[in-house]
Design a protein around this ligand. Structure first.
Ligand code: SF4
Length: 325
């Protein structure tokens, strides 16, 4: 992608434990265009949150990037020092965590937490801090009067909105979000997703959105990455992945949630559970759970095959396109 804002190249992350290292992310590559909304989906333990933390340079031991690059606006963040990272984090890209109650400081008002973030990045003027804090809170639909509120005085939806407002304090070009709606009920989830999409369109920032719920991103993401066992199983435009999923794992995930249209059907889903990342199955890592597995699948590891603007890691598509890696 010529004008990519973010280029993730062959990124691998390992959890270094006393036994065998766990390969949480393995050779993941993708580009992100300015203003693009990329969804990353998969079950718990498939490596999607680790990937997001690796992109945001927020991994802590025992997790570490073993190989690869994360090139953001032309600079490889993997090689940056903490000091260099502090100059881009929050200003050029920001992060919204899963649970606002854990991410926000419970003993500080929203105003104090916004001020801390702005002062840490060089804004000293109290008037500027107050004006910008009111502005971003209004952007996410919260009355600026709540600047003086403490996190426990806000509803779950308002807390997540406050987190998003905080992430927008410096008008970053990229916001990475780790399941920001998972603690909310379905109505609040939908409303927050609509708001994130509206903000993204209005302000033009790109989004990487991690979720285990494929249906949640179906109407909001431009492209979708489906992860399994730390690898990209499938990547493509969201509507094409939903209309014509190529990877048996994607098909299983799509069959795991009900449609509101048509007759009631039995939900199949994907049998079994994700593999131990320190003892991955041979061949295709998905073969023990795959309904379409052939004898070859347990011995031959599929590459990521490119078919037009789509990518799929499955031997069934070996002859459909070019070998991607
Ligand atoms: Fe299933 Fe084989 Fe394709 Fe893996 S390579 S997803 S086991 S059919």
């Amino acid at each position: 992608m010529a004008d990519a804002i973010l280029e993730v190249r062959e990124l691998s992350v390992e959890y270094l434990t006393r036994g065998e290292p766990a390969h949480a992310v393995e050779k993941v590559s993708f580009d992100l265009a300015p203003g693009e909304f990329l969804g990353i989906v998969g079950e718990s333990g498939c490596g999607k949150s680790t990937l997001l933390f690796a992109i945001a340079q927020l991994l802590s031991p025992p997790a570490e990037i073993s190989t690869g690059e994360v090139v953001f606006k032309g600079r490889n963040m993997v090689q940056m020092t903490d000091r260099q990272l502090r100059t881009v984090r929050w200003k050029d890209y920001s992060v919204v965590m899963q649970s606002a109650m854990n991410a926000l400081n419970p003993v500080k008002s929203i105003a104090a937490q916004f001020a801390d973030a702005m002062e840490a990045h060089g804004t000293r003027s109290k008037a500027t801090i107050t004006a910008r804090s009111k502005e971003v809170l209004a952007l996410v639909g919260i009355d600026p009067v709540h600047l003086e509120s403490f996190p426990h005085q806000l509803s779950g939806g308002m807390r997540q909105r406050a987190m998003i407002a905080m992430a927008l304090l410096f008008s970053p070009e990229l916001v990475v979000m780790d399941e920001p709606t998972s603690a909310l009920d379905v109505v609040a989830q939908r409303s927050l997703m609509v708001q994130i999409k509206e903000l993204q369109r209005e302000l033009g920032f790109a989004v990487i959105f991690v979720t285990h719920d494929m249906s949640l991103v179906s109407h909001f993401s431009d492209r979708l990455v489906v992860m399994y066992a730390g690898q990209i199983a499938e990547l493509g435009p969201t509507d094409e992945v939903f209309d014509d999923p190529l990877h048996p794992y994607t098909i299983g995930l799509l069959e795991a949630f009900p449609s509101i249209y048509g007759p009631k059907v039995h939900l199949e889903g994907v049998p079994g559970s994700p593999p131990d990342l320190s003892a991955l199955p041979s061949g295709c890592h998905f073969h023990p759970r795959c309904a379409k597995a052939t004898p070859l699948c347990s011995s031959v590891e599929p590459a990521l095959y490119t078919i037009g603007d789509r990518h799929v890691r499955c031997l069934l598509h070996q002859g459909d396109g070019t070998r991607g890696e």
